[in-house]
Design a protein around this ligand. Sequence first.
Ligand SMILES: [Zn+2]
Length: 169
Amino acid sequence: MKGLADIVLLGDERLYQKCIPLTPTDDVLIEQMIRDMHNTILEFRARYQAGRAIAAPQLGYMKRLIYMFVDGKSTVFINPEIIYRSEEMMELWDDCMSLPNLLVRLQRHQTIQIRFFDLHWQEHTWELTDGLSELLQHEYDHLDGILCTMRALDSQAFRWKPTPTDPLE
Ligand SMILES: [Zn+2]
């Protein structure tokens, strides 16, 4: 099973590629991806005390799938599409499992609507605001080969974030 050690890190060319849609015949692969992505979030949290969602290319799966694990609840977004972006923006420090010690100052849309398929290929449309909105915009960007570093507000919009579990010496 894949985990923390398999996260594709900043600079790897796979993070800059556009991912391809899944089909219902990919069911075995989808199960494997979700198992790997769930395990990776748990391992990432144990080390960094952060991590709410992950996009498939971050584990080297070049497919359009996002896995979110928030408040003990799993959500799988297959072939997601952002169909609405509010004009209203918010500014925040963004983080990413592929650049685990870096924070990036950027802007995201306050509200989005995202359309996606669940594991049973049922279509859903969700409206998300604030924290979940910026989270899904971040993960969605990954599917198009866009990193938060590419959305930095300016050349000083970066901050180092020490790893909580790093030894003090
Ligand atoms: Zn990320």
